[in-house]
Design a protein around this ligand. Structure first.
Ligand code: NOJ
Length: 559
C-alpha cells in the first residue's frame, strides 16, 4: 500500500504555516456546524465550549482555519441563519466569554477563526423588525426592511411575484397593531427571515459596526451569507417566471447578483484592511457563472468565494476538467485564489452524492451504493486538495460520513422541508451530530442525546474507530493535509498543466507534483511519476507504470 504515514506535524510548524502571509490563498478551511460538532453540557446540542474542547483534533487534522456557522442569538427558525442579535451568542451555544476563549485557544494552536455573517436578512425577532411591526405603517423602522402594500383591491395579493428560496411566496402579510390585515414584507428565505433594505443607510452603518465588533473580538474573517442577495433591483420588478428556484444560480434575477452589491463589499474591504493580521471575507454568492462569481473577489472586494459550480460537478473526468479550467481562468484576471468545496451544511454529503450514477442534484434522499460513494469521495478529496487555491472541508467528511437519508420526518428541522414547494428540504441529513467514540451516549458527541438522531453503526465511523487505523478515511485526510503542508507548492499558483490521460482519467502536473484521478469504474495503467506521496487506494507500480484502481486518485512527486 503506497500511502503516506500519518504523522501530525508539531504545533510550532502548524502555527507558522497558519500565519504565513496571504495564508488564505492556499488555506484548508474546516467548517464547523456548531449544533452538531461537540456538546459540552449534555443538552443534546453542540456548543462553543464543545468546539473549543476539540480544537486540538482540528490542529492535528492539519487544517489552517475553522469557519463556524452562526452561533448568534437566534430563535433558530433556520438553524441560526435567522439572527436576532448579531453581537450576542445564543445561550444554547454559550456566551461571549466562550467565544473569546475559543478564538484565543484557536490562535494559540495556530488555527484561524472565521465567523458567519448574515447580512441579507435578520430574524423576525430582531429588535428592529419587532419595532417595525409594533409601530405600524409609516414607522421609520419599516424602511430598514422591504414593507409594501399588497396588490388587489384590498391589498390581499403579494406586492410582486417573487418566490422564496424555501418555497411559496417571498412575501408575508402582517397583522397591523389595530388587528387589521396590513402591509406585506419581503423574505427571500423563511417568513421568519425578513430581508433588510440595503438602500437604507442605517443598515450599512449597523453592519459596519457589527464587522468591527467581531474584528475587535479577534476573528480572522467572515463567511458572508447570501452575499449575492443584499441589493434588489430598483422598484422590485416582477420576475414573470414560475418555478423560480430553477433560475437561482442559473439566471439573472431582480433579487440576486445585482451589480449594486459590489459597492457594499468595497466599503467592507476598507474596514478589514484597517485591521492587522491578514483577515478575510469569503462570499457565499450563487451566480449564473464562475465569471460572475469572480466579480466578488476583485482586488478591492472580498478575498474568496465558494465555488458552487465545482460542488455541483459529478464524478466525471471531462466535467471536472472543464470546471477546473473555467474556474482558474475566471479567477486569474482578478488575482483571487480559486476555491474548492465538496460538502457543506446545505447539501447532501459527497460520500452519498457520489454513491449514485445518475445526476440527482445536491439534495437527495437515497443511500445509493455506500461503498462506491466512499471510494469516490476519498478520490474526489485527494483531487480537490491537489488543486491550486484554497479548499473547504465540512465537519465529518474526514470520517467519510454519508448523509443520513432515513431521518424520520417528525425529527426534521430544515424550514425548507416544511415549506413544501421550495428546496427539497433534506438538509438535516448532513447535519446529524458527528461520532467521536465507538460507543457511549451519542457516540461521544455529548453526555446526553443528540438533537437529530444518529443512525446505528455511527460509532464504527467515529474518530476513535478511525484514529491510527491504516487506510481509514480520517488517516487519509490527515496524511493528505500533512503532505500539502510539507509540499508548499501544492496549493499555490493559479494553473495546472494537463497531461495526456486515458478517457475518464485526469492527470496534471504542477512543478514537481503530479496528480492522477481515475474517475472510471475500471483500473487504468498510467505512467509512474516518481515517488508516490499518497493515494486513495492501493497503487501498484512496475516497470515505470502504475496500476491505478477504479475511482482512485494518486499524488506523485518527481523530486
Ligand atoms: C445560506 C446558508 O448556508 C443556509 O443554511 C441558509 O438557510 C441560507 N443561506 C439563508 O440564510
Amino acid at each position: 500500500m503506497s500511502q503516506h504515514s500519518a504523522d501530525p506535524a508539531p504545533n510550532t510548524v502548524l502555527a507558522t504555516v497558519a500565519r504565513h502571509r496571504d495564508w488564505w490563498r492556499d488555506a484548508v478551511i474546516y467548517q464547523v456546524y456548531p449544533r452538531s460538532f461537540a456538546d459540552s453540557n449534555g443538552d443534546g446540542m453542540g456548543d462553543l465550549e464543545g468546539v473549543r474542547s476539540r480544537l486540538p483534533y482540528l490542529r492535528d487534522l492539519g487544517v489552517d482555519a475553522v469557519w463556524l456557522s452562526p452561533f448568534y442569538a437566534s430563535p433558530q427558525a433556520d438553524a441560526g441563519y435567522d439572527v436576532a442579535d448579531y453581537r450576542a451568542v445564543d445561550p444554547m451555544f454559550g456566551n461571549l466569554l466562550d467565544a473569546d476563549a475559543l478564538i484565543r485557544d484557536a490562535h494559540e494552536l495556530g488555527l484561524r477563526i472565521i465567523v458567519d455573517l448574515v447580512p441579507n436578512h435578520s430574524s423576525d425577532q430582531h429588535e428592529w423588525f419587532k419595532r417595525a411591526l409594533a409601530e405600524g405603517p409609516g414607522s421609520p423602522l419599516r424602511e430598514r426592511y422591504h414593507f409594501r402594500p399588497g396588490e388587489g383591491e384590498g391589498g390581499e395579493l403579494p406586492p410582486n411575484d417573487w418566490e422564496s428560496v424555501f418555497g411559496g411566496p417571498a412575501w408575508t402579510r402582517v397583522t397591523e397593531p389595530d388587528g387589521t390585515p396590513g402591509e406585506w414584507y419581503l423574505h427571500l428565505f423563511a417568513p421568519q427571515q425578513p430581508d433588510f433594505n440595503w438602500n437604507h443607510p442605517a443598515v450599512g452603518d449597523e453592519f459596519r459596526s457589527i464587522l468591527r465588533f467581531w474584528l475587535d473580538m479577534g476573528v480572522d474573517g467572515f463567511r458572508v451569507d447570501v452575499a449575492h442577495g443584499l441589493v434588489k433591483a430598483e422598484g422590485l420588478p416582477d420576475l414573470g417566471a414560475h418555478d423560480q428556484l430553477k433560475l437561482l444560480g442559473n439566471d439573472v434575477t431582480p433579487f440576486f447578483d445585482q451589480d449594486g452589491v459590489h459597492a457594499v463589499y468595497r466599503q467592507w474591504r476598507t474596514i478589514l484592511d484597517e485591521y492587522t493580521g491578514d483577515r478575510i471575507f469569503v462570499a457565499e454568492a450563487w451566480t449564473p457563472t464562475i465569471e460572475r462569481t469572480a466579480n466578488y473577489v476583485r482586488p478591492d472586494e472580498l478575498h474568496q468565494a465558494f465555488n458552487f459550480q465545482y460542488l455541483g460537478t459529478h464524478w466525471d473526468a471531462r466535467e471536472l476538467r472543464a470546471v477546473i479550467d473555467r474556474t482558474l481562468d475566471a479567477m486569474r484576471p482578478v488575482g483571487a485564489p480559486a476555491t474548492w468545496v465538496l460538502s457543506n451544511h446545505d447539501v447532501t454529503r459527497h460520500a452519498t452524492r457520489f454513491a449514485h450514477d445518475s445526476a440527482l442534484g445536491t439534495q437527495i434522499r437515497l443511500a445509493g451504493d455506500r461503498e462506491l460513494g466512499l471510494r469516490r469521495a476519498r478520490a474526489a478529496t485527494l483531487l480537490m486538495l491537489a488543486l491550486p487555491g484554497s479548499a473547504y472541508l465540512y465537519q465529518g467528511e474526514e470520517l467519510g460520513l454519508p448523509d443520513v437519508v432515513d431521518l424520520p420526518d417528525e425529527v426534521r428541522q430544515d424550514p425548507a422541508y416544511f415549506r413544501g414547494a421550495g428546496q427539497d428540504g433534506f438538509r438535516d441529513g448532513c447535519r446529524v451530530p458527528i461520532p467521536w467514540t465507538r460507543t457511549g451516549s451519542s457516540y461521544g458527541f455529548g453526555a446526553g442525546g443528540s438533537w437529530l438522531p444518529q443512525p446505528e453503526g455511527w460509532g464504527e465511523l467515529s474518530v476513535e474507530a478511525q484514529q491510527g487505523a491504516p487506510g481509514s478515511t480520517l488517516e487519509l485526510y490527515r496524511s493528505a493535509l500533512a503532505v500539502r503542508r510539507e509540499q508548499r507548492g501544492l496549493g499555490a499558483g493559479d494553473a495546472v498543466e494537463w497531461l495526456r490521460a486515458p478517457e475518464g482519467v485526469l492527470a496534471f502536473r504542477r512543478g514537481e507534483f503530479v496528480c492522477v484521478a481515475n474517475t472510471t469504474g475500471e483500473s487504468v495503467t498510467a505512467p509512474a511519476h516518481g515517488r508516490v506521496l499518497i493515494a486513495s487506494d492501493e497503487v501498484t507500480e512496475a516497470n515505470g507504470e502504475a496500476k491505478v484502481p477504479a475511482d482512485t486518485t494518486v499524488w506523485w512527486t518527481t523530486a
